[in-house]
Design a protein around this ligand. Structure first.
Ligand code: M6R
Length: 608
């Protein structure tokens, strides 16, 4: 999901540096904050790497000049350690004999790093990855073969990885995967391993898919496959599959748009975000809990995440908070802030000027500033006293989808800890809810798998409608608002959202026969009232589209987007928003608009 890796072994002895650079260019959509390439030539490693985009770095360093017929490369989307030259991959051991590129997150890197430092290893970067070459080095010093050293290293790692290892003394690549993507390409003149097919598609369309837990050794023209767990016996090599995608299709995982790909990546993005370290959550919770008041601020979709946070903190931890749209921050809050105020700013890009401006305003009053962002090293991280990174990987589509889900996932983690330390929930209640939160990625996957086709049919049917009303209650009011924003920004259909109870105070005047009204209607404590709201709309001839787990609501609806039953009320927005994202996507496509690049909008808005 984040970072792209590549390894190339030229069977015919040709030089590989330019092949690696061009492959990285095609993987840039997976991450683009730093680039690095390592090659092996005459028993030593040659490495060039830096922070920045590949073309800039190539102009500066001439990556193609690296010598050798075997090498590895990496395009980074930072998760540990801000984008910088030293934090760029490949990472090496103390003697610069082992170079590693990695995509994933090593959860126990701090413990491993400490042990290695105590044993005399010298670290250069702040990354989790650097423990890998040092561990391999220490096993090789103990007399292990390269393969055994890599396998023993992997056995020590907790977390996720796709890695490629290059060693100065052997023309051999070792790669392995656990919960991060890695595939092999089988060419006439070279073997490849990479995060994704576009990396090597112009050279070969023969792809060998690795399973989770596989380790592959590339040497000569041969591939040997093993299982990381039972290393001694090689397993049978699977047959390569022939891929008939264009490189552009391949970048989008075979999907027509990044937005759709990113919607499909949500289960993984949420799962990764649920791995945020407990200490990080605890630190932010401490900052919030010690304050006299909590104010959440953001723009657009991230503001809807703030609204969710407001309901969640109140329901779960009995904390009142304010949510303020960043561009309104100074006007709304006036001169009421103090050094006991805590600000929680949310921004996927970390670059939104309105949000940065709100933070700066609050800082003048001595308020404590915290932030949630998806982009490592972004401006918001420099403005905040404390921040948490969500782990969605890069989002290319202008419409926020997976970054919204990881923002509300992070808020859910914060809410649970707040509830526990404030004594509102006991430890076993928190553990029970946490367990159910960890089950959400599976449920999101189910919604996508089972409901996408029927959502598309509904979108095809309704995409000609000029206006939509979105209604929700309680914690799903922000879901309604986000659903409406998605529809309007990519399909250009006018969509309004309201708390359902407010509809009778004005919006109901719009309703005429066949006017589409979308209800977010889970079976929570608002259920009876939302049934009443649906009846009011039906009585005026509205066409009802519902996101629900209830048969009763289904019977009242013209179209139902089913979601799974049994999700705790406070987590329902995590699944309920998914059908609405798909509905917006297919409506935009039906109207012949490119959902990845909606008119007049930019991925990060850096003007006030
Ligand atoms: O990068 P940020 O989260 O700060 O961006 C805030 C808004 O500009 C952003 O959410 C915008 O509304 C998107 N187009 C939503 O899809």
């Amino acid at each position: 999901m984040c970072c792209g890796i590549i390894g190339v072994l030229a069977i015919d002895g040709g030089s590989v540096a330019h092949v690696i650079r061009e492959s990285l260019k095609r993987l840039e959509y997976r991450g683009y904050d730093s680039i690095g390439v390592a090659t092996k030539y005459n028993g030593r490693l040659y490495i060039k790497k830096d922070k920045g985009k590949i073309d800039e770095i190539h102009r500066k360093l001439n990556l193609d000049a690296l010598p050798g017929d075997i090498g590895i490369g990496h395009t980074r989307w930072a998760t540990h350690g801000e984008p910088s030259q030293v934090n760029s991959h490949p990472h090496t051991d103390c003697k610069n004999q082992i170079a590693v590129v990695h995509n994933g997150i090593i959860e126990n890197f701090l413990e491993l790093r400490k042990e290695l430092i105590e044993r005399g290893h010298k670290f250069k970067s702040a990354t989790d990855t650097e423990v890998i070459p040092h561990l391999i080095e220490s096993f090789i010093e103990d007399g292990y073969t390269l393969e055994d050293a890599v396998q023993s290293t992997l056995a020590k790692l907790h977390g996720t990885y796709a890695i490629v290892v290059l060693y100065s003394h052997l023309k051999k690549l070792i790669c392995a995967r656990k919960e991060s993507p890695l595939i092999l390409g089988v060419g006439e003149r070279a073997l490849y391993c990479a995060s994704d097919i576009p990396a090597f598609l112009p050279m070969t369309n023969k792809v060998l898919f690795l399973n989770d837990g596989d380790l592959a050794i590339l040497q000569g023209g041969e591939i040997q496959l093993r299982r990381i767990q039972s290393f001694s016996s090689p397993i049978q090599i699977r047959k390569p599959v022939l891929i008939d995608w264009t490189p552009e299709m391949a970048q989008k995982g075979g999907m027509p748009h990044f937005m759709l790909k990113e919607i499909h990546e949500q289960p993984k993005a949420v799962q990764n975000t649920l791995r945020i370290r407990t200490e990080e959550i605890d630190r932010l919770v401490k900052l919030l809990n010690e304050a006299n008041e909590i104010i959440l601020t953001a723009a657009g979709t991230s503001y809807h995440a703030c609204l969710y946070g407001g309901y969640l903190f109140a329901k779960l931890a009995k904390i009142n908070s304010q949510q303020i749209i960043s561009s309104e921050f100074s006007e709304k809050i006036g001169e009421t802030l103090t050094d006991k105020s805590a600000i929680l700013a949310i921004s996927q890009s970390g670059e939104t000027s309105d949000t940065l401006n709100a933070i700066n305003y609050a800082r003048n009053y001595g308020a404590k500033i915290s932030a949630i962002t998806n982009v490592v090293g972004s401006s918001i991280t420099r403005s905040a006293d404390y921040f948490i990174y969500t782990l969605a990987g890069p989002e290319i589509g202008v419409a926020a989808t997976k970054t919204f889900l990881v923002q509300i996932t992070t808020l859910a983690l914060l809410g649970l800890t707040l509830a526990e330390i404030r004594g509102i929930l006991n430890n076993s209640e928190v553990q029970d809810l946490r367990q159910q939160l960890f089950n959400i990625p599976k449920l999101i996957e189910q919604v996508i798998e089972k409901r996408e086709d029927s959502i598309k049919v509904t979108a095809d049917l309704l995409a000609h409608k000029p206006n939509f009303l979105f209604l929700g209650r309680g914690i799903n009011t922000p879901t309604a608002m986000e659903g409406a924003l998605k529809l309007k920004e990519i399909s250009y259909i006018h969509a309004e959202a309201y708390p359902a109870g407010e509809s009778k105070h004005g919006p109901i005047a719009l309703i005429e026969p066949d006017f589409p009204v979308v209800f977010i209607a889970p079976q929570d404590n608002t259920f009876d009232r939302i049934v009443g709201n649906i009846m009011e709309m039906k009585a005026r001839g509205a066409r009802i589209i519902s996101v629900t787990d209830s048969r009763k609501i289904h019977d009242l609806s013209d179209h139902t987007f089913w979601v799974p039953k049994g999700v705790p009320d406070i987590f329902t927005p995590l699944v309920n928003i998914v059908p609405l994202q798909l509905f917006s996507y297919y409506s935009a496509v039906r109207r012949n608009h490119n959902p990845d690049k909606p008119r007049n909008l930019a991925k990060s808005v850096t003007v006030l």
